[in-house]
Design a protein around this ligand. Sequence first.
Ligand code: BTN
Length: 252
Amino acid sequence: EAQLQTLAPMAPVHCFSVIDSTNQYLLERVSRLQSGESCLAECQTAGRGRRGKPWVSPFGCQLILSMYWRLEQGMAAAMGLSLAVGVAVVEALESLGYPGVELKWPNDLYYQGRKLAGILVEMSGSAGASCHLVIGIGLNLAMPERQGEKIDQAWSELRHVQPELVDRNQLAARVLQHLQQAMVTFEQSGLGSFVDNWNRLDYFAGQPVKLLMGDQVIRGIARGIDDRGALRLETDEGIKFYLGGEISLRRG
Ligand code: BTN
């Protein structure tokens, strides 16, 4: 029996052909935005990645989007948010028939060991008060080889997952829909309800890894995340937990 799917009304979506950065666009306007309001672009001239790195965003080759959210509980409550976002994006892809996409802690989307998409959450606001969040996603769809050469790590694209790509508007709508739903859930109950799914999608699950923290290298077996979003590492001295910051994780 056919089911009528009713969708929650969407907040405005600002669409651009070329923009400096969709995250920047929303960050500059936080005081006038409503939660869920989004920005989409075909191309970014100053796309931002994590750790201050640039994000290569050539024309028409990626899904480039950002969503604004006002978190009433304040900045401290945003911990672990990017992990929830990762789950939401993978589930959006699964729902459109793109299987096998995984998550690499803290929040890269991976396909067959290569980076498919990146997530950058930026915040503004003062401690104690509600804070402004901008959640940015860059997802490779079909990157021409010469554009891919500018990317400094092994990358994948959605057409590797499934050669027949769905319509980009449909993809954008589905990702925004899942993101919005995830934010409502996250606001109500934190990371808790995402942890099992994050662990189901964990690219490194059960594998030897090394964790790089400044000059320090810590080896262990990856055992998913806990309720705070901390990485669980099984080391010679037992299970240890690591929370965000300037940590990166590699195959051990
Ligand atoms: C990463 O380094 O993995 C995060 C990349 C995030 C890129 C997206 S593209 C849309 C949004 N706007 C930006 O300037 N960055 C994010």
